[in-house]
Design a protein around this ligand. Structure first.
Ligand code: ATP
Length: 614
């Protein structure tokens, strides 16, 4: 960022006080950011752009943040349409008067439809020059068309905005002695804005509060709002019960069944309605009318508003209420405006297992330890209704017994066996009193998962994104095989390759993928945010997540997952990978992260060390 005495919003932003900001200002920033490899410099460019908006046209900050993050609305508003390359091409034909074949030829040489549009537009002659676009108009136009590809820049854009707010309100930035103070403020405000976004992921509410409070903003300036999903807390994997117990020495903890269904964040709103959100924050209420009605029946009359965390599992009521697999649940129809699921039309029954509460009757419970949150939960609800509305099965270990002694180990191992017998994936181990708050979007040591897989090879399966593929040979000629799979590094916002995968797919799946990855989803060149030394026949846009399981991890010169985290110039790869199933309900950026893979690699090494010493 330029220090204030060198920075002139008027000069740098080329528009006048009180006038709406020209879209060109944003477009120029995008152009600069695109050409900049360094993360810090790119963040400074965004910061400067926000500073000029703050100085000249603060009402354009919200649309600008949305546009920077490739969003037009909060995620839970489900405002997403897929307009592919062919519709954009048709629109360009009409708007620029360029033929389709010429557009295609230009696309082949330039590799990006945006660049093609720019060239067409520059060479187009007009009777009268069109008036300049304004940020607010572009944004409202996009809201009307309701289409944008969702990006993943929130982690860069929000801190850049926080930085702009601090600099905007600190004219003495360069005075000696104040620099340290400002740096500290910058860090605090960036952290506060990101934290606030995790509990209230809605820029229309967050940004006005940030602009209003300025450097006095903290995440407690905002409260969760029933009806807006918070980012769910996540769990770390472990090597098994002994390793998990080591992390809970002398701390009371609880073990719960880890149900194999779909996460449901259940909200009761001030108007009495009940809404359900997926792990992703998408609203899925219309898919679960039975869940809505059982939650309504189960809560006491004085439970006015709440936000619960739960798992919905398919259940076979005719067969002793046996829990069914995740696949069974995914076969339940998806409700939509056109085909509403009604209570009578339901084919796959469900039971909900509630395991946490984050908000109750207007009170935010995130900082309250789990043991007390459970009390809030049970105070708001009637007794369980078995097979319909249950609390997650649990067993508690008090601090005095929380050590790796034989009795505790046996107790937990038996509980794990019971969980497997009840068709669960394993168990979750959670701190009850110490560090036992609910941390939205965080994967911490206070929530651990123990799954069966650790005995069968990898501690956990990986959730990876297909980013490219080769043309198949022999029996697989005409299909894609193998696929190149990648994890995501949220710090650098890059997809990093982990392995090629060519086993575990059915022929039908190959056919589906051939259709799915059509020309709209094939990129003409490797994008700068794909990190790999592989050269597949084609690169795909990041669209899907697949669960992949392998034998073990190795350090690789070709694959670049977690590069720099385990080895300075090599990445981590998985040996003998095979496809398990598609992972629904998650955006590509929510696949396994580079840090997850580094953790798994380290825990594999620790396990090998232990075996070696034995
Ligand atoms: P996985 O593939 O293991 O489900 P994930 O990335 O979806 O991983 P994790 O944080 O690793 O999520 O594991 C927690 C998930 O387990 C939750 O998202 C939830 O859907 C599910 N779950 C089932 N039972 C529980 C429980 N008792 N407590 C917390 N989460 C549970």
């Amino acid at each position: 960022s330029l220090p204030p005495e060198k920075y002139s919003p008027i000069e740098h932003a080329c528009w006048k006080l009180g006038q709406p900001a020209p879209y060109l200002h944003l477009a120029r920033t995008f152009d600069l950011v695109e050409g900049e490899k360094g993360k810090i410099k790119a963040a400074s460019m965004l910061c400067n752009m926000f500073r000029s908006l703050l100085a000249l046209s603060p009402e354009d900050v919200i649309p600008a943040v949305y546009l920077c993050t490739n969003k037009i609305a909060a995620d839970h508003e489900n405002m997403e349409l897929n307009i592919g390359g062919s519709i954009v091409t048709s629109a360009m034909e009409e708007a620029c008067g360029t033929s389709r074949s010429k557009i295609r030829a230009m696309y082949n040489s330039l590799g990006d439809l945006g660049d093609v549009a720019q060239v067409c537009r520059q060479t187009q002659s007009f009777l009268a020059p069109p008036s300049p676009l304004l940020i607010k108009d572009v944004f409202s136009m996009l809201r009307n068309i309701r289409n944008l590809r969702i990006g993943a820049m929130m982690r860069t854009v929000l801190p850049a905005l926080a930085q702009a707010v601090v600099l905007h309100s600190s004219p003495n930035f360069c005075n000696k002695g104040t620099t340290e103070n400002i740096k500290e403020k910058l860090q605090c405000l960036s952290a506060a804005v990101v934290e606030a976004y995790n509990i209230l992921p809605n820029l229309d509410l967050l940004i006005p509060s940030l602009l209003n409070k300025g450097i006095g903003f903290s995440s407690s300036s905002l409260s969760m709002v029933p009806g807006i999903p918070i980012k769910p807390m996540l769990a770390k994997i472990t090597n098994g019960v002994p390793q998990a117990l080591k992390l809970f020495q002398n701390k009371a903890f609880t073990c719960e069944y880890k149900y194999d269904g779909q996460r449901a964040q259940i909200h009761k709103l001030v108007d009495g309605s009940v809404c359900i959100f997926s792990r992703n924050g998408d609203e899925t209420t219309s898919r679960f009318p039975d869940l809505v009605s059982v939650v309504r029946e189960s809560c006491k009359p004085d439970a006015l508003t709440f936000i619960l965390d739960a798992e919905v599992v398919a259940i076979d009521r005719k067969n002793g209420s046996k829990l069914m697999s995740f696949q069974e649940l995914s076969s339940r129809e998806r409700g939509s405006k056109d085909s509403l699921i009604t209570l009578d039309s339901i084919k796959v029954d469900i039971c909900v297992f509630v395991f946490d509460i984050m908000f109750a009757n207007g009170k935010q419970l995130l900082d309250i330890p789990l043991r007390q949150r459970r009390k809030y939960l049970k105070d708001l609800f009637n007794d369980q209704k078995l097979g319909y509305f249950e609390y997650a099965e649990e067993t508690t270990v008090e601090a005095d017994d929380a050590s790796t002694n034989e009795a505790t180990l046996t107790k937990i191992s038996l509980f794990l066996e019971e969980a497997f017998r009840s068709s669960c994936e394993g168990i979750m181990i959670k701190s009850l009193d110490i560090d036992a708050g609910y941390s939205p979007s965080k994967r911490t040591d206070t929530w651990l998962k123990v799954k069966r897989d650790y005995v069968e090879g990898l501690n956990d399966s990986l959730d990876l994104v297909p980013i490219g593929a080769w043309h198949g040979n022999g029996r697989k000629a005409g299909w894609y095989s193998p696929f190149l799979m990648a994890c995501y590094n949220p710090d650098t916002e890059e997809f990093q390759s982990v392995c090629r995968v060519m086993s575990g797919f059915s022929d039908n799946f190959y056919k589906e993928m051939k259709e799915f990855f059509n020309e709209d989803k094939i990129l003409s060149k490797k994008p700068p945010y794909y990190q790999t030394a592989e050269l597949p026949d084609m690169w795909f846009t990041p669209e899907l997540i697949w669960e992949i399981r392998g034998a073990d991890f190795t350090v690789s010169p070709v694959h670049q997952a977690a590069i720099g985290l385990v080895h300075p110039s090599r990445g981590i790869s998985v040996r003998f990978p095979r496809f398990i199933r598609p992972v629904m309900d998650r955006r590509p950026e929510e696949c396994s992260t580079a840090a997850d893979i580094a953790d798994m690699f380290h825990s594999q090494t620790r396990k090998m060390d232990v075996t070696h010493h034995d």
